[in-house]
Design a binder for this molecule. Structure first.
Ligand SMILES: *Cc1c(COP(=O)(O)O)cnc(C)c1O
Length: 234
């Protein structure tokens, strides 16, 4: 199947789940996660109308951003952030969904070139307190959101989550529903948050049923990823 065919299927699924969930048509955005796939795959997805792409590995992403600079794409950084990489992220991305600590947030704000406008941010939340996972835990979230709102070159837009992988629909739904509850509580103070980024190829239905505003789909669009060589190029 071509990338265009896969995108068509993912779109149909999103539309169907959105309708089944009783949510307004078009209320769930699709982020194409293009990590490990070449710029030619991004170009192909763009020709099917995809404009937002998610990347996790900085060096690889910069090469592709440069290769695609003549098409109007919106780039989201969704990978782990080392603090010495914040400048390149602030200078080259439109969104960062994986901000999980104060130091990174402050550096992104300081290093964002003014002419690009504020960097749109989702705070990565570790709601299920998995010690090995990235993300701010529920105790850390309020302070991080307050800071995101204060910093001059940051536009706080929402939360991103990567819950523990579970295969049963009911368990997925239970986890995502908990995230939505926490998101709604935090929104009482930070009402500008309009983006709850959750759901990947294997769990978009549960994510949409629970209230996701953006699903991040890699495998479902581009096919299986080859294992990456471990390196320090992130
Ligand atoms: C890789 C990745 C995805 C996409 O995962 P698939 O299962 O391939 O759809 C989504 N979100 C994040 C944060 C990722 O790192």
């Amino acid at each position: 199947m071509t990338i265009a065919d896969q995108i068509e299927i993912v779109r149909q699924n999103i539309d169907q789940y959105t309708e089944e969930a009783g949510r307004p048509a078009g209320s769930v955005r699709l982020l194409a996660v293009s990590k490990t796939h070449p710029a030619s795959a991004i170009q192909e997805a763009y020709e099917s109308g995809i404009t937002e792409f998610g990347e996790s590995y900085l060096q690889e992403a910069l090469t592709k951003i440069d290769a695609c600079k003549n098409i109007p794409l919106i780039w989201h950084f969704i990978g782990p952030i080392q603090s010495n990489k914040t400048r390149a992220i602030a200078e080259n991305f439109d969104w960062v969904q994986s901000v999980d600590r104060e130091k990174v947030l402050r550096r992104l704000s300081e290093q964002r070139p003014g002419q690009l406008g504020p960097l749109r941010i989702c705070i990565q939340a570790n709601i299920f307190s998995e010690p090995q996972k990235k993300g701010a835990n529920p105790q850390e979230l309020p302070q991080l959101l307050d800071l995101a709102e204060e910093l001059p070159n940051i536009e706080l837009r929402g939360l991103m989550v990567l819950p523990p992988p579970v295969s049963e629909f009911d368990r997925q739904l239970e986890q995502f529903t908990k995230v939505t509850q926490i998101f709604n509580e935090l929104k009482q103070k930070h009402s500008q948050m309009d983006r709850l980024s959750m759901g990947m190829s294997g769990d978009i239905k549960a994510a949409i049923f629970a209230g996701s505003d953006m699903v991040r789909v890699g495998t479902g669009i581009f096919g299986q990823r080859k294992p990456r060589k471990p390196d320090n190029q992130n």
